[in-house]
Design a protein around this ligand. Structure first.
Ligand SMILES: Nc1ncnc2c1ncn2[C@@H]1O[C@H](COP(=O)(O)OP(=O)(O)OP(=O)(O)O)[C@@H](O)[C@H]1O
Ligand SMILES: [Mg+2]
Length: 379
């Protein structure tokens, strides 16, 4: 797996359970996944030699992020390496303009959008999409970095002029979707075409970063849930995705609209470790190895996942482990996952999951545990 972050770390566990060899390409030995993986190749994801060292002797190469240059992936494929998802699929998770063009072609519901070739295009985009609109960089963004809500042309131009772009990135403007809530639909798809769909979840983003997930999405009419799953399965098929696909969705009064895609395990599916028969991490492995997929169904009526994110003021915050005695004693039903990362403001450090029958109770318990870790509360 390319990338040594928490997604890679959480994939190591089912690799161990399945008895599948697991090698990680990490930037340094202290990275989240490198800490728990015996077989670590040190190197960068944009260094073809490092990617070749990773691939050497592996049955398949997959990813915990979408930032590997597509030319490198094509070079690996040309060299006989099985890369899953393949470069022709992955480009749609790398570049939001490429993604919008493909989804428009497939007739799937997207926000209205425009490519902004120069800062001067913001006026016509605003006239077409309305103000405020959502300004995005097409590649290189994550966790809300690379997304701005801009209220007028001056603000839009200002952001464009002062923000450096990663190579190949372009600017796009999207209509600001009046969503009532955000959803995610996850599917796993294997090279031989088997696919499974997870329950559709509700996600809450704070400052553009996922903060809370409830599975399944409360009060979602069955036909809407089926429609969201159908959209995700259709995208997986049309783009020939292998592995996990997450489709971030907006729930609007006019129906479901696609926000963006991730072709890897995704924050919206962390609940599946403790709340589903087969976790997204296990199904990602099964899918890229072209093994039969596991049952994606929930183990309980509800699952709630809340992220542990480094607070703005980390001064005086105790090591996360120090919270264990309190959090674990207070609620033996809470499942805690820490990623072994140094605490930094705004950084995803871990998550907690609780499953059960009473949604309000689960929400309170999950937030209590996460808040205690984050130093928001102290009892
Ligand atoms: N067109 C839109 N209309 C309204 N809100 C939007 C729109 N696009 C994005 N947002 C808001 O900004 C958040 C982040 O946007 P997006 O998912 O495109 O960025 P990202 O940084 O790639 O995200 P991620 O955290 O998933 O990596 C969304 O979850 C949503 O809350
Ligand atoms: Mg997103």
């Amino acid at each position: 797996m390319v990338g040594g972050g928490q997604l890679s770390r959480m994939t190591a566990a089912p690799a161990t359970a399945l008895g599948v060899g697991f090698r990680v390409l990490a930037l340094d030995p202290q990275e989240s996944a490198a800490q728990v993986t015996a077989d670590v190749v040190l190197g960068r994801h944009d260094d073809l030699d490092a990617l070749r060292r990773l691939a050497d002797g592996c049955a398949v190469v997959t990813f915990d992020h979408e930032h590997v240059p597509v030319d490198h992936l094509r070079a690996l494929v040309d060299g006989g390496v099985a890369v899953r998802p393949g470069p022709d699929a992955l480009v749609h998770a790398q570049d939001k303009i490429t993604m919008r063009e493909a989804l428009d072609r497939a007739g799937l519901p997207c926000p209205a959008w425009r490519h902004l070739a120069t800062p001067d295009d913001v006026e016509s985009a605003g006239a077409a999409l309305g103000w405020p609109f959502v300004l995005k960089v097409s590649r290189g963004g994550y966790d809300g970095r690379g997304v701005w809500i801009v209220t007028d042309a001056d603000e839009a131009r200002h952001v464009m002029e002062r923000t450096p772009l990663v190579p190949g990135a372009r600017w796009l403007a999207e209509e600001r979707v009046p969503f009532t809530r955000e959803l995610a639909a996850q599917v796993a798809r294997s090279p031989h075409g088997q696919a499974v769909a997870y329950p559709v979840v509700r996600t809450v983003q704070v400052d553009g970063m996922c903060s809370e997930v409830v599975a399944p999405c409360p009060d979602l009419p069955e036909e809407m849930a089926l429609e969201a799953q159908r959209i995700a399965l259709e995208i997986a098929r049309v783009l020939d995705v292998t592995g996990m696909l997450a489709v971030e969705l907006f729930d609007t009064p006019a129906g479901i609209v696609v926000n963006e895609l991730a072709m890897r395990p995704h924050n919206s599916g962390h609940w599946t470790i403790d709340g589903a028969v087969t976790s997204q991490f296990e199904n990602h492995l099964r899918a890229v190895l072209d093994l039969p997929l596991g049952d994606p169904r929930s183990l309980a009526r509800w699952a709630v996942m809340v992220n542990i994110v480094g607070p703005a003021d980390i001064e005086g915050l105790l090591p996360l482990y120090d919270a264990y005695r309190h959090v674990l004693a207070r609620d033996p039903g809470v499942k805690v996952h820490l990623y072994g990362k140094e605490i930094r403001a705004g950084r995803k450090l871990g998550h907690v999951t609780v499953i059960g029958d009473d949604l309000d109770d689960l929400l309170a318990r999950a937030h209590h545990a996460a808040d205690y870790f984050m130093g928001v509360i102290d009892e």
